[in-house]
Design a protein around this ligand. Structure first.
Ligand code: MLT
Length: 331
């Protein structure tokens, strides 16, 4: 018997389910590092809606935003051992567990949304999904396209590499990102995402980088003033499911997960196109000052690619692999 859950209050729903129990009905837990209104939340909501539809309302997703279930990197461990079902997190927070995903965090590898789409929805995306299952026990089932990570700080406009001197910049616990700031001349501070807002608020760190959509949904404009439009990393935020949870599910539920992930991925691409410019304008209205790197980004690119890439060829699968990916991107 199918229940019209929309017509039932939660108490009535619980009573109804006791009378008409749905075999194997399950509410899956999904952790999100970001708040409501974020690109992560948008992807998670679309996924939940399509997944519920495809399972005839039998299975549901309960979303836990804002790092309620732990730091993004902690959720990888939880999902790996099957104590968490789903997590939505930045790719850079998966790289420590699955080094090949570092391909997507090599500075300036992804130079446009089109590049991001090509890498995530083609052969490269399939290979990375496989290696992430092997290395980290999690399966990527969808992608949020969240935009380029821009640099923010509370102290001064940054338009040249020299301006970074004296600033304490938080980066995720990701070696490639730390190495990039080192190539730019400073030692950045590795810190979990869940601690970042408070560290910025209390002045423990002066700045950080993340996309406009994230800065806005996390209200970073309340503790950061200056933005520099760098484009070294396009933020990809995969939706992952615990591989052990996935393998225990019936085939039709697995199929529903994969199809809902595809629908949510397409939705995420459109959400970025529809909202990024508006959000950027709103941040300026709220007092943020946006600058571009003086004379362009050439020096930032040169330093990052010449110093960082060679050090990570091996961990991301070899120079030939990187060259093949560049060729795929037409470079
Ligand atoms: C990070 O900076 O650790 C992540 O990109 C944050 C996020 O998930 O938005």
């Amino acid at each position: 018997m199918k229940l019209n859950t929309k017509l039932l209050t939660s108490t009535a729903l619980v009573s109804a389910m006791l009378i008409f129990p749905v075999a194997n009905a399950k509410t899956f837990k999904m952790a999100l590092g970001d708040a409501e209104g974020s690109a992560q939340y948008e992807l998670g909501s679309k996924f939940s809606e399509v997944f519920a539809e495809k399972t005839g309302g039998e299975h549901k997703i309960a979303m836990f935003p804002n790092g309620q279930l732990g730091s993004e990197q902690d959720t990888v461990n939880e999902a790996a051992i099957g104590t968490l079902d789903f997590s939505l997190l930045a790719i850079n927070n998966i790289t420590p567990f699955s080094p090949k995903t570092g391909l997507l965090t090599l500075p300036y590898m992804i130079q446009s949304l089109d590049d991001a789409v090509k890498l995530t929805r083609g052969e490269v995306g399939k290979e990375l999904t496989e290696s992430t299952i092997q290395d980290a026990g999690i399966r990527i089932v969808g992608w949020s396209y969240t935009g380029f990570r821009v640099l923010t700080n509370s102290k001064k406009p940054v338009t040249k590499l020299e301006d970074l001197q004296g600033l304490v910049i938080r980066v995720p616990k990701n070696e490639i990102m730390l190495a990039t700031y080192k190539a730019w001349g400073i030692n950045a501070t590795p810190m979990a995402w869940s601690e970042t807002f408070t560290a910025l608020q209390q002045g423990v760190v002066d700045g950080q980088d993340n996309p406009y959509l994230t800065i806005s949904s996390m209200k970073f404009n309340e503790v950061q003033k200056y933005v520099t439009n760098i484009r070294y990393l396009f933020s990809l935020e995969p939706l992952v499911v615990s591989e052990s949870v996935f393998q225990d599910l019936d085939e039709d539920v697995q199929k529903a997960i994969l199809e809902a992930g595809e629908a949510a991925t397409l939705h995420s691409e459109q959400f970025l196109k529809d909202t990024e410019d508006r959000i950027k304008k709103e941040l300026v209205e709220k007092g943020m000052e946006i600058s571009d790197p003086e004379g362009g980004e050439a020096e930032w690119i040169e330093k990052a690619t010449s110093e960082v890439w060679p050090a990570y060829y091996e961990s991301v699968g070899g120079k030939e692999r990187v060259d093949a990916v560049l060729k795929l991107l037409g470079r």
